[in-house]
Ligand binder design. Structure first.
Ligand code: FES
Ligand code: FES
Length: 189
């Protein structure tokens, strides 16, 4: 039996990827087996566990039950796309610092659900965090450390936002930062 392929263009983690994909593939299969992004986990493969969660246009999405063609024209963020050039996402740091991952199988999906929450609100209540992660099953941690880590990351992001706002206001009131004076020659070390 031959498998029919489609060419699909996907925006994943800020990159445009054009790939040939078996027509029956889900977004999860495409991410893992075509694009090599294996951070998203294939757990139950039927929409029950949340291990495959990615962020699609800002919304947590179960990639195991999402046909790949539904992701065309969207912005997909996987756990591999959460870190920036500055380092790990605050959620990743706080999961580490709070001991919020044990076997780690659920962690990529939880990080994606939590990152979507923190993009919506920087000050979620514990109940909002529980609601946001209700579709992500963890058999190891008991959840308390996970919720603690999300709250800690929210505080860090709020503080970062406040610093950025203060820097912007400071720059606006002084007409911008003064150039740093230096007696180095251009190109010198
Ligand atoms: S693998 Fe998608 S919900 Fe379990
Ligand atoms: S850390 Fe093992 S399933 Fe969550």
């Amino acid at each position: 039996m031959t498998t029919t392929h489609d060419i699909v263009r996907l925006h994943v983690n800020g990159d445009l990827r054009e790939v040939g994909v078996p027509t029956h593939y889900t977004l999860l299969e495409t991410l893992r087996y075509i694009l090599g992004l294996t951070g998203s986990k294939q757990g139950c493969d039927k929409g029950d566990c949340g291990a495959c969660t990615v962020v699609v246009d800002g919304r947590p999405t179960l990639s195991c039950i999402t046909p790949v063609w539904e992701a065309v024209g969207t912005e997909v963020i996987t756990v591999e796309g959460l870190a920036s050039a500055d380092g790990p996402h605050p959620l990743q740091d706080e999961f580490d610092l709070n001991g919020a991952a044990q076997c780690g199988f659920c962690t990529p999906g939880i990080l994606c659900s939590a990152s979507a929450l923190l993009e919506r609100t920087r000050a979620p209540s514990r109940e909002e965090i529980k609601d946001a992660l209700a579709g992500n099953l963890c058999r190891c941690t008991g959840y308390t450390k996970i919720y603690d880590a999300v709250e800690a990351a929210a505080r860090r992001l709020s503080a970062d936002d406040a610093s950025a706002d203060a820097a912007t206001e400071g720059g606006a009131s002084t007409g911008g930062a003064s150039p740093v004076e230096t007696d180095r020659e251009p190109g010198g070390v």
